[in-house]
Design a protein around this ligand. Structure first.
Ligand code: NAD
Length: 378
């Protein structure tokens, strides 16, 4: 095979990455697209390509012989159904994160990939961001010693817009935002710390969004749209204070990793700013990032002393392309996997373990902070 013929399932916001796969003169081309929403299909045709098969049925898409691989960009609760069907239809699969919304769902996808022998890749694009690749390299170099503690603060500014104005706000669609948003961060903790989580406890609540507004209320039709702080600035228009919303917007998760590292992940969806602040503390020093400043700071100290050896600041170079330049790279990684068998950085098990932790933390939150064990697949 010289060129991968790609099908896309789901042409919503995330389908912007499809342009990286549509390279008619290159190693991949989009030959088919499925979405149940005709408007999104039309926009996709305008933005990416109109020269391909389009359908409202992913089943029809999967029947086609001119599709070798499928990117699953549908809502989280459909990933399992779509990934399993695509693998069974003999297609290689790129699946957006979270791999599924339950641990068992991830296991079913992974089992199907094994049985069919088709490639499966998870859309962990944060692993391809320069910021986090730099941090991984620093830890692997040993300069801050053996990692013992990880503290992550996730300020999800604009969280009300992206997560409370559409399907994301309901637990039945996501389990919780600890999978939807947090699966990236839990994965980065696992990756850089070099171990998966073995147990979790968490507290969380719906502290700001949700409420008593009718479920069918939308921003354009709302009487208080001119004064509401959460009035939608874009195309997602369901009321952020509607009654049916049931996913926590304020979460504190503590984790113990298989290698004894203690980690914490704090996620809040009503902050004014939008960034992720990671601290890794090792036996010889500490590393912290600042996304707003584009920097990674490293401080080292003499063992058993207050005396500091040296501080070093890394300037992260800006990169072209969505998500800090990670999107074009992750798309190419999928093509390299299918065409050349080159293994990508994240494995399906990484995808599964971050979902398992997100599910365990959600279970803990909804059971008074009960400690939940996280198991690897049997
Ligand atoms: N890795 C990242 O940085 C990143 C960023 C954004 C979104 N995502 C992931 O991408 C996925 C999609 O997110 P989004 O923001 O594009 O959502 P979205 O709601 O904007 O788009 C989802 C699309 O899927 C379509 N769809 C729904 N049911 C379908 C079906 N049965 N068959 C075919 N299409 C169907 C919808 O009509 C919609 O067009 C999510 O899982 C999300 O977690 C990942």
């Amino acid at each position: 095979m010289k060129q991968v013929r790609m099908g896309i399932i789901g042409t919503g916001l995330r389908s912007g990455i499809a342009k990286h796969w549509h390279q008619p003169e290159g190693e991949s081309i989009i030959t088919g697209v499925a979405d149940i929403n005709p408007e999104n299909l039309e926009k996709f045709k305008e933005k990416v390509t109109s020269d391909c098969f389009t359908t409202d049925s992913y089943v029809e898409l999967l029947k086609r012989d001119d599709i070798d691989a499928v990117a699953i960009l549908s809502p989280d609760y459909l990933h399992e159904e779509h990934a399993v069907a695509a693998l069974k239809a003999g297609k290689h699969v790129y699946c957006e994160k979270p791999l599924a919304i339950t641990e068992a769902g991830c296991d079913r996808i992974m089992k199907t990939a094994e049985e069919t022998g088709k490639h499966l890749m998870v859309g962990f694009n944060m692993r391809y961001m320069r910021m986090f690749q730099t941090m991984k390299g620093i830890v692997d170099s040993g300069v801050i010693g053996d990692i013992k503690a990880v503290w992550v603060r996730h300020f999800v500014g604009y969280g009300g817009y992206f997560y409370y104005h559409d399907w994301h706000g309901l637990s039945k669609n996501t389990t919780s935002l600890l999978l939807q948003k947090g699966s990236h961060d839990i994965d980065i903790i696992h990756w850089i710390a070099g171990a998966y989580t073995k147990r979790v406890s968490a507290f969380g609540s719906l502290s700001f969004y949700g409420g008593d507004k009718p479920n069918d209320l939308t921003c354009p039709t709302c009487d208080i749209r001119d004064t509401c702080t959460e009035a939608s600035p874009g195309t997602l228009i369901e009321c952020a204070f509607r009654e049916e919303i049931d996913v926590e917007d304020n979460n504190v998760v503590i984790m113990e990793l298989e290698n004894g590292i203690k980690a914490s992940y704090l996620q809040c969806h009503f902050t004014p700013d939008y960034h992720r602040n990671y601290t890794f503390i090792g036996t010889k020093g500490r590393m912290e990032n600042s996304e707003p400043d584009g920097k990674v700071y490293v401080k080292t100290r003499k063992s058993n002393s207050w005396e500091e050896f040296s501080d070093q600041t890394y300037d992260i170079k800006p990169a072209e392309g969505g998500h800090g330049g990670a999107d074009p790279v992750i798309c190419k990684e999928f093509i390299d996997l299918v065409l050349h068998g080159k293994e990508p950085i994240p494995t399906p098990l990484d995808g599964r373990m971050s979902v398992a932790v997100g599910c365990a933390a959600t279970e803990s939150i909804r059971n008074n902070g009960k400690v939940i064990e996280v198991n690897r697949p049997t």
